[in-house]
Design a protein around this ligand. Structure first.
Ligand code: BGC
Length: 459
């Protein structure tokens, strides 16, 4: 177990936890909410590993006061949550749904009373289904519709929320949602998914403009999912494969935002980025106040094995397992804290002053958590591995700060156990265990551990 004292983080560092609307709220038909692509996807047999859906999830649409109480107990300075587009504009276009906005207004007012600063994500994957029916992120119009919905949210909450994340992990929407089909909307277009990169980033740029127009003081950023790409060997073929993987996983999502240009995609037989129109890159590269990084693990990449699904799909890479002996989480994700430091240092090295201050908008781990009787008979969860993971990764952030990366905050994924997308309820990331039958919350040992870290750092 962890004994050495955590290094001191800079004064004013933000200590938070994160969640997303679809994963915790439940109440999918309450107060006029419309269907999203995730409601549709979860209703299709075979899409979610345990056949579950998010109709109740962690029941946070009703129990949000409990969630705020937990944040208060934790001593969190900030909370990252997402605003559900199908709640605030059910059909994805047209008038706002006042009842949906009322919910978030009550919520952020209560956060303010608790002294917790909101970091609101404006899109965490729950695209209104009517927009998917009209082409989803494959069509340019969705970027416009998204910016319009952002305007509606800002009209109501712009005076109460000071910091906004435009998009959560556009890479996952493109790769899992439209290329591989393992997440909503479940399309299997492989390279045909590339227009969704551009339309999401255009939506981001238009949203930045809408936020700036609505508020002179708002801070805005994007959250990208990043992984340190590690070639499986020193063989030239594996090195080339790693570069190609880095392009489609990391660089096509960060380069346009920070440098105003897409990377060269000739390795994929492309000479222009699908969907790009004159002027778009200026919109996409609008200056940001912070850059959100979600990261969980490095990815090991090799040249595609002959006959593998990657080779058959014409992809020039194949992700492979970590070196033997590497510890893994419940998701089988390799636990390599040093890779987190290297990733952050590489962002600073590659983007220099174009990289705004970084906020870690997600980091955490899923493990099989068991509720057992504690010493006083109360339910307890002894999640030693999660504490080790978090301790290692926080130290990795401290090491990156030491090496010159300007990191301003850390948002632990996640405050509470929740609906883990295509993994349903089989992966638990929370500091707090949720019984999905009853909604009951049980603090895990990691909760007390994080509370201690935050108290020590803030004190
Ligand atoms: C997403 C979260 C998700 C987490 C763990 C990120 O990709 O933003 O919604 O639950 O990783 O898989």
């Amino acid at each position: 177990m962890v004994d050495e004292r955590m290094p001191r983080f800079p004064q004013g560092f933000r200590w938070g936890a994160a969640t997303a609307a679809f994963q915790i709220e439940g109440a999918t038909t309450a107060d006029g909410r419309g269907p999203s692509i995730w409601d549709t996807f979860t209703a299709e047999p075979g899409r979610v590993i345990d056949g579950s859906n998010a109709e109740t999830a962690a029941d946070s649409y009703r129990r949000w006061r409990d969630d705020i109480a937990l944040l208060g107990e934790l001593g969190a300075t900030d909370y990252r949550f997402s605003i559900s587009w199908p709640r605030v504009q059910p059909g994805g276009s047209g008038a706002a749904n006042a009842a949906g906005l009322d919910h978030y207004e009550r919520f952020v007012d209560a956060l303010a009373e608790a002294g917790i600063a909101p970091l609101a994500t404006l899109y965490h994957w729950d695209l209104p289904q009517p927009l998917e029916d009209a082409g989803g992120w494959l069509v340019r119009d969705t970027a416009e519709r998204y910016a319009e919905s952002v305007g509606l949210v800002l009209d109501r909450l712009g005076d109460r929320v000071g910091r906004w994340v435009t998009l959560n992990e556009p890479a996952m929407t493109t790769l899992e949602g439209y290329a591989l089909g393992t997440q909503a909307p479940g399309r299997t277009l492989m390279l045909g998914a590339l227009p969704t990169v551009h339309h999401q980033l255009l939506g981001h740029g238009l949203a930045v403009a809408a936020i700036r127009a609505a508020s002179g003081t708002a801070e805005v950023g994007i959250t990208n999912n990043h992984t340190l790409v590690v070639p499986a060997s020193d063989e030239p073929a594996d090195l080339v494969a790693a570069v190609a993987f880095d392009l489609v996983y990391n660089r096509i999502f960060i380069d346009p935002v920070l440098t105003g240009a897409y990377p060269d995609l000739s390795a994929f037989g492309l000479d222009a980025f699908p969907g790009l129109e004159p002027g778009d890159l200026d919109t996409i590269a609008a200056p940001l106040d912070f850059y959100g990084v979600n990261s969980y693990n490095p990815t090991y990449v090799a040249a595609p094995a002959e006959g593998s699904e990657f080779a058959l799909a014409g992809l020039p890479f194949e992700p492979v397992g970590p070196p033997a002996g590497t510890p893994v989480t419940g998701f089988d994700w390799p636990v390599v804290p040093e890779a987190f430091t290297e990733l952050l240092v590489s962002l600073r090295r590659d983007y220099g002053d174009a990289l705004p201050p970084v906020v870690i908008t997600e980091n955490g781990a899923s493990y099989v958590d068991e509720v057992v009787p504690g010493p006083d008979g109360e339910p307890a969860v002894h999640d030693v591995e999660r504490i080790d993971y978090l301790d290692g990764h926080l130290r990795a952030v401290a090491a990156a700060i030491d090496r010159g990366v300007d990191v301003r905050g850390y948002f632990l994924w996640s405050l509470i156990d929740n609906f883990e997308w295509a993994q349903g309820y089989t992966q638990r990331f929370g500091l707090v265990h949720v019984d999905f039958e009853t909604g009951e919350r049980t603090r895990k040992d990691a909760f007390a551990w994080y509370r201690g870290v935050v108290a020590d750092q803030r004190g």
